[in-house]
Design a protein around this ligand. Structure first.
Ligand SMILES: C[S@@+](CC[C@H](N)C(=O)[O-])C[C@H]1O[C@@H](n2cnc3c(N)ncnc32)[C@H](O)[C@@H]1O
Length: 236
């Protein structure tokens, strides 16, 4: 199903996140039944195993993943970037010091600056996946790692039940928590239209990432994708 929300203007997305920023963390924990912290812990443990010195958490939002990365890898420099300033206010309160208001499609960082770039639940909202991943590739050093954590869909028969939750139940619950049910209708639409599994690995490969791997978590509700920046367009 192609999402009717795919073509949203970036300024609309910016405003949408600005409106829900004050309730974003609470809504995440409630609506994922606490799974979101397990997913981020899983991601942070993966990143730690790569022993990076410089990490960019792109679309960092309220900085939940960035702070988990900083907690687990205190020696690493963790930079958070997001184009929604109100979301970054919450990241700052969390103690993330290096925060940059920046669009993922035109990052204000020099080439080859980071060892790892993480994007949790962010790429799906960007106007062009290709342009965003090419920017990520540019700011990663050769052999550097990309990690994407995002929603996918569980396999049948759970998929049918999950879709009922996603499209009918979640917007109502989220509406009570955030006062913005439309933001969560938007969420369901973007999840349907976002590349999953092999399709995501193909997208990553097309944008210059090799050694692609997809690991579903929580029966496929989310998937962690990893890849390495290819050297000179060849192997990773
Ligand atoms: C669902 S939140 C995810 C926040 C955080 N990574 C997390 O795991 O909770 C998506 C974030 O992506 C940001 N975002 C969307 N499009 C962006 C873009 N083009 N450039 C930078 N940030 C963007 C939004 O402002 C929002 O903070």
């Amino acid at each position: 199903m192609e999402s009717q929300f795919r073509q949203q203007e970036p300024s609309t997305i910016q405003r949408l996140f600005g409106r829900i920023a004050h309730r974003y963390d609470l809504a995440n924990s409630l609506l994922s039944l606490g799974c979101d912290s397990l997913w981020r812990a899983n991601v942070a443990a993966r990143v730690k195993s790569w022993d990076p010195s410089a990490i960019l958490d792109l679309a960092t939002g309220s900085g939940v993943l960035a702070s988990e990365l900083k907690r687990r890898i205190p020696a690493a420099r963790v930079v958070g970037a997001d184009f929604c300033a109100p979301m970054l206010t919450f990241a700052r309160r969390r103690g993330i010091r290096e925060l940059v208001v920046a669009d993922g499609l035109a990052l204000p960082f020099r080439d080859d600056r980071f060892d790892v770039v993480t994007i949790a639940f962010g790429l799906r909202n960007m106007a062009s996946y290709d342009v965003a991943l090419q920017e990520v590739k540019r700011v990663l050093r050769a052999g550097g790692r990309l990690l994407i954590l995002d929603f996918s869909l569980p396999n049948p028969p759970l998929r049918t039940l999950y879709r009922i939750y996603l499209h009918r139940v979640l917007p109502v619950l989220a509406g009570w928590v955030t006062g913005e049910p439309d933001a969560y209708h938007y969420l369901g639409g973007t999840i349907e239209g976002f590349p999953k599994g092999e399709a995501m690995l193909k997208l990553m490969s097309r944008c210059g990432f090799g050694d692609g791997e997809a690991r579903p978590l929580t029966m496929g509700v989310v998937t962690v994708y990893t890849g390495r920046k290819k050297r000179f367009g060849g192997s990773a």
